[in-house]
Design a protein around this ligand. Structure first.
Ligand SMILES: Cc1cc2nc3c(=O)[nH]c(=O)nc-3n(C[C@H](O)[C@H](O)[C@H](O)COP(=O)(O)O)c2cc1C
Length: 343
C-alpha cells in the first residue's frame, strides 16, 4: 500500500527536524544535499542577505519545527506557517492528494497549525538563522470574516520582530471566505496594520484565480499601503487543469506553472522596480527559476516539486541556475533579475 501523502509529509518533517537539531546533522545534510555555488547567488533584499533566491514556500513547515534542517538542504530562505492566532486542527483527513502524472498536489488542509504562541516561541528560539525566515499569517476559520482584521492584528502584535518578513495570506482556498479579503481596501488596511505593528517587511500573497487586472490593482493597492512585496501565487481552484480532480482544495505544482508565470508577467509589467516580486507555482528546475528571475521576480519559492523530486532538488536547481548565469555572462543575481524587462 502506498503511504498516505500527509503521513509521508509528517515523516519528512520529523527527519528534517532531527537532522537539523545538531550542527553535525546539519553539516551532514549540507554535505549530502546542498551545493557549493559561489557568492554569485547571494542577494541583499528586504533588508537581509539571501544566500540564494530559491526559498521554501509556506505550508511545508507550518509549525516551524524544521527550519534549520530545511536551510541545510540549500534553501535560500524558508517561509513558515500559515500561522493562525489560535491553534486549529484544519479539515478532516484525508486532505492531501497526489496527481503524480501532472507532478501536482491537491490539498484541503485548512491551516492546521499549532497556533501563534507555540510557533512564535519556536521561531524566536532559533532566531536569527543563517538565512531569512518569513512568517506567513492567516485568520482562524472560526473568526467571522468581518472581524478578520482582528486576527491579523493579533498575529502582527504577537510576532512583532522575531522573523525577517511577514506574509499576509488572503489567498488560501481552504478557509471559507478568506479570498474575499482580496479587495483593494481590505488589503491596504491589512498591510497598514502590519506596517504599524511590526518593524519588518510585510508582503501579500495573492491567488492565481484572480483576473490579471484585479491582481495588478490589488498588488498596486498593497504597495501603495506600504507592502514590501507581493507573492504570486497560492494554489488554484481551477479544477479543469486536472481531469478527474476533486472539486475541493487547491491545486499546486506543474499545472500551476503557466498561470503563475502569467501573473508574474502582469505584475512585473506594472510594478517591476517598485516592489519585490516573489514567484511561486510549478517551479521545479533551475531553468524555471532563471525564467522567473528574468521576468522580474527577485525571489522564487518551491513546494510541490520538492515533494516529488526530494531533498536533492535544491542543489540541482542552484547548480543549474549558476550554470545559466555563467552561460549568459551574468555575475550576480541582481543582474539576472528583470534581465528581460528593459528589452
Ligand atoms: C500541502 C500544501 C499546503 C500548503 N499550505 C499553505 C499555507 O499554509 N499557506 C500558504 O500561503 N500557502 C500554502 N500552500 C501553497 C504554497 O505555498 C504555494 O503557494 C503553492 O503550492 C504553489 O507552489 P508549488 O507549485 O511550488 O507547490 C500549500 C501548498 C501545499 C501543496
Amino acid at each position: 500500500m502506498r503511504l498516505d501523502p500527509e503521513r509521508a509529509h509528517e515523516i519528512a518533517i520529523a527527519a528534517l527536524r532531527c537532522a537539523g537539531w545538531s550542527g553535525f546533522g546539519r553539516g551532514l545534510l549540507r554535505w549530502k544535499f546542498a551545493g557549493r555555488e559561489a557568492l554569485r547567488l547571494e542577494q541583499e533584499i528586504l533588508g537581509r542577505v539571501f544566500p540564494n533566491p530559491v526559498g521554501l514556500a509556506a505550508g511545508f513547515d507550518k509549525n516551524a519545527v524544521a527550519i534549520r534542517g530545511l536551510g541545510a538542504l540549500g534553501f535560500g530562505f524558508v517561509e513558515v506557517g500559515t500561522v493562525t492566532p489560535r491553534p486549529q486542527a484544519g479539515n478532516p483527513r484525508p486532505r492531501i492528494f497526489r496527481h503524480p502524472r501532472e507532478e501536482s498536489l491537491q490539498n484541503a488542509l485548512g491551516f492546521n497549525n499549532d497556533g501563534m504562541e507555540a510557533i512564535h516561541r519556536r521561531v524566536t528560539g532559533g532566531y536569527p538563522y543563517p538565512f531569512p525566515v518569513g512568517v506567513n499569517v492567516g485568520k482562524n476559520a472560526t473568526t467571522p470574516l468581518d472581524r478578520a482584521e482582528d486576527d491579523y492584528e493579533t498575529l502582527f502584535r504577537g510576532f512583532a520582530g522575531g522573523a525577517d518578513y511577514y506574509v499576509v495570506n488572503i489567498s488560501s482556498p481552504n478557509t471559507p471566505g478568506l479570498r474575499d479579503l482580496q479587495s483593494p481596501e481590505r488589503v491596504a488596511g491589512l498591510v497598514g496594520l502590519g506596517r504599524d505593528l511590526t518593524a519588518r517587511p510585510v508582503l501579500v500573497k495573492l491567488s492565481p484565480d484572480l483576473d490579471l487586472d484585479a491582481a495588478v490593482e490589488l498588488a498596486g493597492a498593497a504597495v501603495e499601503a506600504g507592502a514590501a512585496g507581493v507573492i504570486v501565487a497560492n494554489t488554484t481552484t481551477d479544477y479543469r487543469l486536472i481531469p478527474g480532480a476533486r472539486d475541493s482544495g487547491g491545486l499546486s505544482g506543474r499545472v500551476l506553472q503557466r498561470r503563475s508565470f502569467e501573473m508574474l508577467e502582469a505584475l512585473a509589467g506594472a510594478l517591476f522596480g517598485r516592489t519585490v516580486l516573489v514567484s511561486v507555482g510549478g517551479v521545479g528546475s533551475g531553468d524555471e527559476v532563471y525564467r522567473r528571475l528574468r521576468a522580474g521576480a527577485s525571489l522564487v519559492q518551491i513546494y510541490t516539486a520538492f515533494v516529488y523530486q526530494g531533498p536533492a532538488l535544491v542543489r540541482r536547481v542552484l547548480a543549474r541556475l549558476a550554470e545559466l548565469m555563467e552561460r549568459d555572462g551574468l555575475d550576480t543575481i541582481d543582474q539576472v533579475i528583470g534581465y528581460d524587462a528593459g528589452r
